[in-house]
Design a protein around this ligand. Structure first.
Ligand SMILES: [Zn+2]
Length: 416
């Protein structure tokens, strides 16, 4: 707690001072704190959203701003089990690891940040014992209601010690899309090393920094997302805690992710070709040098101008516009660009937890997807651009009344 509330500008991996500001997105509210109807007359807390580069280890990161307990509170609105493409991705992952590592009833799979059991359910189906670790109380409860053993707590070295004392060891340890959200990276990695069985496999997925830089994905910068990771940095982190990477896969999820496979340092597993391939890719992009971070902030400003130009032009033409989706990245995009309900009167989301609430800061209302059929907008701005194919397929019928789709990232464009 004291460590996570500390306000120093030093690298959360190597502790060097942070001097290089990569991008300044101004002030933004916490992206997942969707505003309720009854709170509309209240104010919101805005925090600086600045992305720093550690010149020593090259970890790209936010400064800490508030303890994670305040982010993952009881009201945390995100439940994983909604996007079809995401569940298909999870199912393929389970099939892959069960086959590759010969997992069965005598093994145990432990997942950190297991959400509502979206992933572990597929291991359970195959008779493999599981344990989920999930910090958000209502989400952990939803998992238990589905029959998925889940402990409600934050993961770190202390939690790992307790699990060890209870005899829990992970033959497969999964930490998907959580590393970026961890305030104390070293404590978290120390916990992973503790709970991993001697010949166990750790798999970690995270959005790839290379894609963020290359494809201008600045809306994935938000306060809950402390670190923006490359293989280069993750190998340094694991190395500090007696772990080593032996394979890497490149995934299309979240606009381009890495799935890193790691084991204990003394595990004799050979390095797979995927590891060398991603190392080469990162080196070619200069991710290990200052030069690799180039003109990112200029492209961010360009996107803001282009999105405003587009929405203002649509407004002047009298066309009706709405959004699709209310992901965390919408909070960053819309607040940074200054897009309020005058330019985007509402958005829709399939998650019932989000419907009836408002995007933080800009206060754009979130409605049920049926509103699109009722109001027949002329343009639909797809906010979770990583799901563009899925969403345009779902809304294909909207083309019949002449609706067209707009995306803002990597550049603002109207889809054909
Ligand atoms: Zn560093």
């Amino acid at each position: 707690m004291t460590e996570s509330t500390r306000r120093t500008r030093s690298c959360r991996l190597c502790d060097a001072g942070l001097e290089t500001l990569l991008c300044d997105l101004g002030l933004s509210p916490v992206s997942n704190a969707l505003v309720r109807e009854e709170d509309l007359e209240r104010g919101e807390v805005f925090h600086p959203l600045k992305l720093w580069l550690c010149e020593n280890c090259k970890l790209v990161q936010l400064e800490e701003f508030e303890p994670p307990e305040a982010i993952f509170d009881h009201d945390y609105a995100y439940f994983s089990s909604y996007a079809d493409s995401w569940l298909a991705h999870c199912r393929r992952y389970v099939a892959h690891v069960v086959e590759r590592f010969g997992l069965g009833a005598e093994h145990r799979v432990v997942e950190i940040a297991s959400n509502d059991g979206y992933l572990l359910q597929y291991f359970l189906e195959r008779g493999i014992p599981v344990l989920g670790i999930e910090p958000a109380a209502n989400v952990a409860e939803a998992a238990r209601a589905k029959g998925i053993p889940t402990e409600q707590c934050f993961f770190g070295a202390a939690t790992a010690q307790r699990l060890l004392a209870e005899g829990v060891r992970a033959d497969l340890l999964v930490a998907n899309n959580v590393l970026a959200h961890v305030p104390r990276l070293n404590d978290f990695a120390a916990g992973l090393a503790l709970v991993l069985a001697p010949r166990g496999v750790l798999t970690v997925e995270f959005p790839h920094l290379l894609e963020l830089l290359r494809n201008n994905q600045f809306d994935t910068i938000y306060h809950e997302h402390f670190s923006y990771l490359s293989l280069f940095v993750v190998e340094q982190l694991f190395e500090r805690h007696g772990l080593r990477v032996f394979d890497v896969q490149q995934l299309p999820t979240h606009g381009g992710s890495l799935r890193v496979f790691a084991c204990h340092r003394d595990d004799p597993r050979p390095e797979e070709p995927g590891l060398a391939a991603v190392r080469r890719l990162e080196r070619a992009a200069g991710i290990d040098t200052h030069a690799g971070y180039g003109d990112f902030s200029r492209r961010v400003v360009e996107t803001k101008l282009a999105l405003l130009e587009t929405l203002i032009a649509l407004h002047r033409q009298g066309l009706r516009v709405c959004g699709y989706g209310a992901p965390a990245k919408a909070t960053t995009l819309l607040n940074y660009c200054g897009v309020g309900p005058e330019l985007l009167p509402f958005t829709v989301d399939r998650s019932p937890q989000k419907q009836g609430r408002y995007i933080p800061g800009v206060r754009i209302p979130i409605r049920a997807p049926q509103e699109i059929d009722r109001l027949r907008p002329d343009r639909i701005l797809i906010l979770p651009w990583n799901l563009t194919d899925e969403i345009t397929a779902q809304l294909d019928h909207a083309r019949r009344w002449g609706a067209r789709f707009v995306v803002a990232i990597p550049r603002v464009r109207t889809l054909p």
